[in-house]
Design a protein around this ligand. Structure first.
Ligand code: HEC
Length: 396
């Protein structure tokens, strides 16, 4: 496909994906907040209301109620929440397809990690997405019963995430590994809605309409899955944004960094969930969760700090002609006369001078360029750029 059209597809799909994801996560956060902020009604309670919440928003007052078991009747317009989730997955998968799967050799494959063929790389992405869903389903089925075995299930799910991150980091380029790990978790979030939460709710509605007693199991399963979804949310959002940050996705300890940020995200979410209960006096202040996540993030800043490349021992010069040779061999196919990705062109001395800081940042500090090190640039060649930049980026 024409790269121009591909760029449009990328733009429109990304826009759509962010919008529907906001709608999904917004609704999901709202219901988690609602659930943990409900207070028992005062006085007589003939309708068996388990909890209620008064809220004011957008110039009006709202009164939400949750029933313990079956409500006396269901309104004619029962609202379901599922399109937000399905649309997020569909647009996300389409975006993955037009950016990563369409162009596996630029985005998915890093020859220094593994030299897959294009077909193999695409096949592996699909296999990992499906495989994670199956492993997760097996864990939920066998590791513990919903309601009583939630902790065991959560521990196994955490282990599965750790293993998946390890696997992707050892399969794909850094940025693809982060994205695919996020996509694996996001796929589980949507299959939870598609295969468990919504069908369970349909069964509940059907038995209510038939006047039967409510079976609590679909409710318990749905609750367990939505709790997982809540704690997946911030880790997944980070994974989706991470490909802007080469200093993490290209880092030699990227697996650890990915897991630490995901852990911090889950703890931040936990802090907010517990805070609702704290406000109602049901729990101590959850500040330790926030403190732990901030501690993790600070330790990451220290851990991921770039080490300056050694330029001393290596016999490299920072001569312009050497820099130009490096550009010729490693950069101009994507930033030359024919193609200028990200509007960066590096085939003249003026352009080299203009982009000197960005080149140093991308090549030496982040090692994000050449993209996925496709052209197998050596450390010696990176050192040439470092010496050139540090001596003031001379243009003659
Ligand atoms: C295979 C194609 C490819 C090669 C080879 C390549 N780049 Fe890039 N470059 C890209 C793409 C794609 C982007 C946009 C990346 C993004 O948006 O995350 C980019 C972005 C950049 C940017 C802008 C970064 C920013 O965020 O503003 C600079 C600077 C850059 N490249 C320099 C280089 C240098 C120097 C080399 C050679 C050492 C090089 N590139 C080799 C594809 C390539």
């Amino acid at each position: 496909m024409d790269t121009y059209l591909l760029d449009w597809a990328n733009l429109l799909l990304r826009w759509l994906h962010v919008i529907v994801a906001i709608a999904w996560i917004g609704a999901s956060f709202y219901f988690v907040f609602l659930d943990s902020s409900l207070t028992p009604p005062k006085g007589n309670n003939p309708d068996r209301v388990a909890g209620e919440l008064w809220a004011v928003h957008g110039g009006g007052f709202y009164h939400a109620r949750k029933f313990a078991g079956a409500p006396p009747s269901i309104g004619a317009h029962l609202h379901w929440f599922y399109w937000e989730s399905y649309a997020t997955w569909l647009s996300g998968f389409a975006l993955l397809a037009v950016s990563y799967l369409w162009n596996p050799s630029s985005y998915l494959i890093d020859p220094a990690v593994a030299s897959w063929s294009n077909t193999q790389a695409v096949g592996l992405v699909l296999l990992y997405l499906l495989g994670f869903v199956l492993v997760y389903e097996a864990i939920c089925r066998y590791a513990g019963k919903p309601g009583s075995g939630d902790r065991a299930v959560a521990a196994w799910v955490a282990l599965a995430v750790i293993a998946s991150a390890w696997l992707t980091v050892h399969t794909f380029s850094g940025r693809a590994a982060f994205l695919v790990t996020g996509a694996m978790m996001a796929t589980v979030m949507t299959t939870n809605v598609l295969f468990w939460i919504i069908p369970g709710q349909r069964r509940m509605v059907a038995s209510l309409s038939a006047g039967q007693a409510l079976d609590p199991m679909p409710g318990l399963v749905g609750k367990q899955r939505s709790v997982h979804n809540t704690y997946f949310t911030l880790p997944v959002v980070f994974a989706m944004l991470s490909n802007h940050y080469g200093f993490i996705t290209q880092h030699s300890q990227k697996w650890l960094l990915l897991l630490l940020i995901m852990l911090a995200g889950a703890l931040i979410r936990l802090f907010f969930v517990k805070r609702h209960a704290y406000k109602l006096g049901r729990q101590p202040h959850p500040w330790p969760y926030l403190a732990a996540s901030i501690g993790i993030l600070i330790s990451m800043v220290v851990l991921a700090a770039p080490t300056a490349p050694s330029t001393s021992g290596a016999h490299v010069s920072g001569r312009l002609s050497d820099v130009q040779a490096v550009m010729q061999n490693h950069c101009l196919q994507c930033h030359g006369a024919a193609v200028q990705l990200k509007n960066v062109r590096l085939d003249s001395t003026e352009e080299l001078k203009r982009h000197a800081a960005a080149i140093y940042q991308q090549v030496v500090v982040q090692k994000a360029m050449p993209m996925s090190n496709l052209t197998q640039m050596s450390d010696q060649e990176r050192a040439i750029i470092a010496v050139w930049f540090k001596s003031g980026a001379p243009t003659q």
